[in-house]
Each structure stands twice: as C-alpha cells, then as structure tokens.
Design a protein around this ligand. Structure first.
Ligand code: CTP
Ligand code: MG
Length: 170
C-alpha cells in the first residue's frame, strides 16, 4: 500500500500542473490564434483555430495555481517553479501535437489517439527528465504516469460525453 501512496504523491508532484494546464484552455473561448491563420505548403493551417493565446495564458496560469497547494505540502520552492515551467512545456507539447495533426491532414478537433492524450505529458516529462534527478530516477513511475494519464483521459471524456457536456467521446 505504501508504494501506491508513494506513487500518487510523486504523480501529483510532477503531473498535476501539466494536467491542469492542458485541461484549462477549453474553459475560455479564445479568439487570438497563435498561428495567426498561417497556412503551410501543404495547404493546412500551421496549428489550427484550436490553439489561442488566451488558452495558452489561462493554461499556464491555472497550472501554476495548481502547484500552490503542493508547495504547502512539500515546502519546496522548486514545486512552484516546476508548476510554471512544466505548464508552459505542456502547452508547447499540445501545440506540437496540433502541428503534427495538421501535417497528417487531421482537422482541428478530430481525434488522433495517443497523440491527443499524451502530447502535453510527453513534453512535461522531457522537461523534468533534464532538470530533476528525483524525477529521472523513477522510470517505472514515469511509464505508469503516462499510462494513467491516457486512462484518465478516456475515462473523463466518456463521463463528459454521457453527461452531455461533450458531443464527442474523444
Ligand atoms: N485551446 C485554446 N488554446 C490552446 C489550447 C486549447 O484556446 N493553446 C482551447 C480551444 O478552444 C480548443 C480546446 O481548448 O478547441 C481543446 O483543446 P484541444 O483538444 O487541444 O484542441 P482541438 O480543438 O482538439 O484542436 P487540435 O485538433 O489541434 O488538437
Ligand atoms: Mg482535441
């Protein structure tokens, strides 16, 4: 049982902020597209209308806020710095995901399984991997965290769909 508590604590320490950062942008209806409507050589948008500055800013802000209660639990200033930087990385990962989707010809909002659920988490993982040895020394935890995030996404999307909050199951 100890290892479960240990994992959950570790998971929240590192992935709460990126998850909150990734989930927050949908709450506001952003208007200012990050790609400014740029279309690339393939005739598809650089990122698409789903990536806005308002979304980016609210995501970083909420991800940062989410790290504050963790700070009062761990009493380590690294937590709030990580809350900020991991949130920025998460949203960059989300943009990279959209970039890849557009290049693959997948329309904004259409599903790209795995990529949709993990783009943000992989970038946050990369950030921690190179900046935190306590993170990098827990390879099994990292692997299990990514699996958990994948599962949580499927679960929450299905709940939202059956509650009628979302019109698609992904
Ligand atoms: N969003 C935003 N700005 C961001 C990220 C997300 O405004 N930087 C908002 C958009 O309204 C977007 C919603 O959050 O539609 C959900 O985000 P996401 O699923 O990442 O975007 P999709 O619309 O699915 O677009 P894509 O196909 O590019 O992933
Ligand atoms: Mg999407």
């Amino acid at each position: 049982m100890n290892i479960v508590v240990d994992f959950i604590t570790w998971f929240l320490r590192f992935y709460l902020s990126p998850m909150v950062a990734n989930a927050s942008p949908v709450l506001i209806n952003g208007r200012y597209r990050i790609d400014k409507g740029i279309v690339l050589w393939d005739g598809k948008p650089l990122l698409g209308a789903g990536k806005t500055w308002e979304g980016f800013i609210i995501g970083v802000y909420m991800g940062f806020l989410a790290s504050l209660p963790l700070y009062f639990y761990f009493y380590d200033t690294r937590i709030v710095l990580d809350g900020l930087f991991a949130s920025i990385m998460a949203l960059l990962g989300d943009m990279i995901g959209s970039f890849i989707k557009r290049r693959m010809g997948i329309k904004r909002g259409d599903p790209a399984p795995i990529l949709d659920q993990l783009d943000f988490a992989l970038m946050a993982t990369l950030y921690y991997w190179f900046t935190c040895s306590f993170f990098a020394s827990h390879i099994y935890y990292i692997f299990f965290s990514l699996l958990l995030i994948l599962g949580l996404h499927v679960l929450t999307n299905n709940i939202a769909y059956y509650l009628g909050v979302k019109d698609r199951r992904w």
